[in-house]
Write a protein that binds this ligand. Structure first.
Ligand code: NAG
Ligand code: NAG
Length: 582
């Protein structure tokens, strides 16, 4: 789900599909349906019903469980992205033309509603338009607007995927390309020299920011995706990238594991003659219905996962060694877009010592327009929190959004031990006024008036203060090639997890931990009373399969429930596919 995209990019959003006439008609129809759906969703009666639902899930009995490890829950952030800085404040037109007083006034208004951190962004192409010096004057002007006039801290997103043209002139193949070989003005992180250069520029920028604004610039995010999220290079929901350096890296990666081409052919059921002809499947969002269990598909996903995590880790190590914290934005975890965006790399990013904190982006609707309830966001936050890093929930408020819903989401996140919450894409939709201040600082006391209601009262009597562990094999969420347009359930992953969220809500489970990997669940079993286990679709032979069987045996001995991902069309249940070790 694209969350941080600027309005411009939002309008260019599309679906990666073959250019068939039908899809155009389909999209128009869809737009109308979405409009109707969103109207319905935001109608007062729908909202009050949603609120009624939310009350049921208000973390009843959490206090009975004794102290939990909690991060300070006082961080509040708001973004001012490059496009906003350029368009609203003329910041890109030089010091004399920049509307600095307006920027400072905006920053002061942010401070007045309790925002503690402003998140700025700049693309590489803007601060180094020619193969020459970096425009540190601009960065200083930007950062000092906050650091010298307010007590706001600055978190800075360095948008490296937007590399300058001179980089592409030097290395034409450094552009990301999609499966139809269309190139984009986006840096392919597989190009070794271009990536190395990006890291050097990153180092200079972070070193400069830290030196000239000691203590005020707290953290930097190296961004390799056009939505500032830690995921695969992306344009129009396409599986990317298929550029020459990406394909070369893939072949090398395979060759290290299977030096004999004949073994690869046997593994994939192919008959390729030369290594140069070895290629990943041509993947397009929505082109395959149902889970894809082919080894050739999973090998490519694994490569993307490991390489992506490696690039992001290396970039964060550069940030850290230049003296500040490194953070990543991550998209919503449980959607059918996991494979398209390679979000399974989240497991590595979240546990990487080079990641200091995580911002989990949340929107309030699925890519096809149905609402996402805070109850589901709770599970995403819980999954991220499980890795032990501070997690912030960032709400994209591009369109007018109900304050009640926003407040519910923030409260849910904070009660699930998020370290902070914030808003993105808020300008010009949300004024910095008392209502927003209240929304950003929801009451966290439990059992108050707003937690009232029959089932809530019953829950808080105790007896239900069980600790539930929910297991969702994250890699299996990548079994779908994007939205299932022709199915009743457009996003089976979302629908399953949302149903689980509602179920946990209904049973007023006070404390839910979410696990994405077998060994993490295994380690936590002694601290759990009950397990909800979503049976995986695929498991890698070897170490992972061993963990899987151990976990299965262990949960047999305790209260547990097994749930199934929606299976292959026509079969009631999906069988676990064991992928041969690579
Ligand atoms: C922005 O800067 C340009 C100069 O590049 C100037 O002509 C224009 O008036 C400025 N716009 C505003 C709204 O200040
Ligand atoms: C804050 O702004 C919103 C949106 O314009 C408005 O609905 C709300 O009444 C305002 N709150 C206050 C306290 O002025």
């Amino acid at each position: 789900m694209p969350l941080l995209n600027t309005p411009k990019r939002r309008s260019g959003r599309g679906i990666c599909q073959s250019p068939i006439l039908l899809s155009g008609i389909f999209i128009v129809t869809l737009a109308v349906v979405l409009l109707v759906l969103s109207q319905t969703y935001l109608s007062p009666s729908r909202l009050s019903r949603l609120k009624a639902k939310l009350h049921i899930m208000d973390f009843n009995g959490i206090r009975k469980l004794g102290p939990q490890k909690q991060h300070v829950r006082s961080e509040r952030f708001a973004t001012l992205f490059h496009l906003e800085l350029a368009e609203r404040f003329n910041m890109t037109q030089g010091h004399a033309n920049a509307r600095l007083d307006e920027l400072v006034a905006t920053l002061l208004s942010m401070e007045s509603v309790g925002i503690t951190t402003v998140v700025f962004s700049s693309p590489w192409e803007f601060i180094q338009p020619t193969d020459g010096p970096i425009n540190f004057n601009y960065l200083d002007l930007l950062v000092s607007s906050a650091c010298q006039n307010t007590r706001l801290k600055v978190a800075f997103i360095f948008d490296l995927v937007r590399a300058p043209q001179w980089v592409f002139a030097r290395w034409p193949v450094a552009k990301a390309a999609d499966s139809h070989n269309r190139q984009y003005n986006l840096l392919s992180w597989f190009h070794p020299e271009a990536n190395q250069l990006a890291l050097e520029v990153l180092k200079s920028v972070v070193t400069h920011l830290t030196a000239s604004n000691t203590g005020c610039v707290t953290s930097v995010q190296p961004a390799f995706n056009n939505e500032y999220e830690a995921k695969y290079t992306q344009e129009h929901d396409c599986f990317q990238d298929y550029s020459v350096p990406a394909l070369t890296a893939y072949r090398q990666w395979l060759q290290v594991r299977l030096p004999q081409l004949v073994d690869l052919n046997e593994r994939w059921g192919t008959n390729v003659q030369y290594w140069d002809d070895v290629a990943p499947p041509v993947l397009e969002a929505g082109s395959v219905m149902g889970p894809d269990l082919k080894t050739r598909y999973w090998d490519f996903l694994k490569f993307r996962e490991l390489k992506g995590a490696e690039v992001l880790s290396r970039a964060c190590s550069v940030v850290q060694s230049a003296g500040v914290q490194c953070f990543h934005h991550v998209p919503e975890l449980f959607t059918v877009l996991v494979a398209v965006y390679g979000i399974t790399m989240f497991k590595h990013i979240a546990s990487d010592p080079h990641t200091d904190y995580i911002v989990l982006d949340a929107s309030f609707s699925t890519p096809y327009g149905s609402p996402v309830h805070p109850a589901k966001l709770r599970l995403s936050v819980a999954a991220a929190v499980g890795y032990g890093k501070p997690v912030h929930l960032g709400a994209a408020v591009q369109h007018s959004i109900e304050y009640d819903l926003l407040s519910s989401a923030f409260r849910t996140a904070l009660l699930t031990n998020a370290a902070g919450v914030g808003i993105t894409n808020w300008l010009p939709y949300i004024p910095m006024n008392a209502s927003l201040k209240e929304t950003l600082h929801p009451s966290l006391t439990l059992g108050g008036q707003e937690d009232g209601g029959g089932s809530t009262a019953a829950c808080s009597q105790g007896g239900v203060s069980v600790r539930v562990g929910l297991f969702i094999h994250f890699e299996s969420c990548a079994a779908w090639h994007g939205l299932q347009w022709s199915s009743y359930s457009k996003d089976p992953v979302h629908d399953l997890i949302e149903a689980v969220a509602q179920k946990l809500t209904f049973e007023c489970a006070p404390r839910v931990s979410v696990f994405l990997e077998f060994d993490r669940l295994m380690n936590a079993l002694p601290s759990l009373d009950r397990v909800m286990f979503v049976e995986p679709l695929v498991v890698w032979a070897g170490k992972e399969f061993k963990s899987y069987t151990e976990v299965k045996a262990a949960i047999e001995k305790m209260p547990h429930e097994v749930l199934l991902f929606p299976g292959v069309e026509g079969t009631a249940a999906a069988e676990v596919k064991v992928l041969p070790y690579l």
